[in-house]
Design a protein. Structure first.
Length: 153
């Protein structure tokens, strides 16, 4: 594990707030030279602390405001069933996140579509056609109370 000093942590937090800030802007906020900021960012990228930069999309503006959470139970827990399910579910563009979890269900999916009709189509034509699924349970978002991608360290 890479040791991060206070400046690295502050830099990471600043980049999570707005990764389009210039090195000049960051250098002013951190009281460092532009070169020092550049070198620190490169080090964070090399050490895979920063893995990528993305654009976050307002889901309502692109008509994808319906969020469902699907709990999945596999028929069997063999290595091949797990591998096959994970490979197949990873290909579904509607699935934003997939977690292998403990408890009554085996997986938790976060699914994003435009409405209930599209969710039904997703379930019938895509998700439930994946082999090894024993059962599913879905819950729907009523209101988004907190949504962040930032991990403050």
């Amino acid at each position: 594990m890479t040791q991060l000093d206070t400046i690295d942590k502050t830099l990471i937090n600043l980049l999570q707030e707005d990764s389009k800030q210039t090195n000049k802007e960051l250098s002013n906020k951190l009281n460092l030279s532009v070169t020092a900021v550049y070198e620190r960012i490169k080090k964070l990228e090399r050490n895979e602390i920063i893995s990528k930069y993305v654009a976050l999309i307002n889901k309502k503006t692109v008509d994808k405001g319906f969020v469902a959470f699907c709990s999945i139970k596999l028929l069997q827990h063999t290595k091949q069933c797990v591998v096959d399910f994970e490979k197949d579910v990873s290909k579904l563009e509607e699935v934003l996140e997939c977690y292998h979890i403990s408890g009554e269900y085996d997986y938790l999916l976060k699914v994003l579509v435009c409405d209930m009709e599209e969710f039904r189509e997703f379930m019938v034509k895509k998700l439930t056609t994946i082999n090894h699924i024993g059962s599913t349970h879905s819950a729907f978002m009523i209101n988004e109370v907190k949504h962040t991608t930032a991990m403050y360290i």
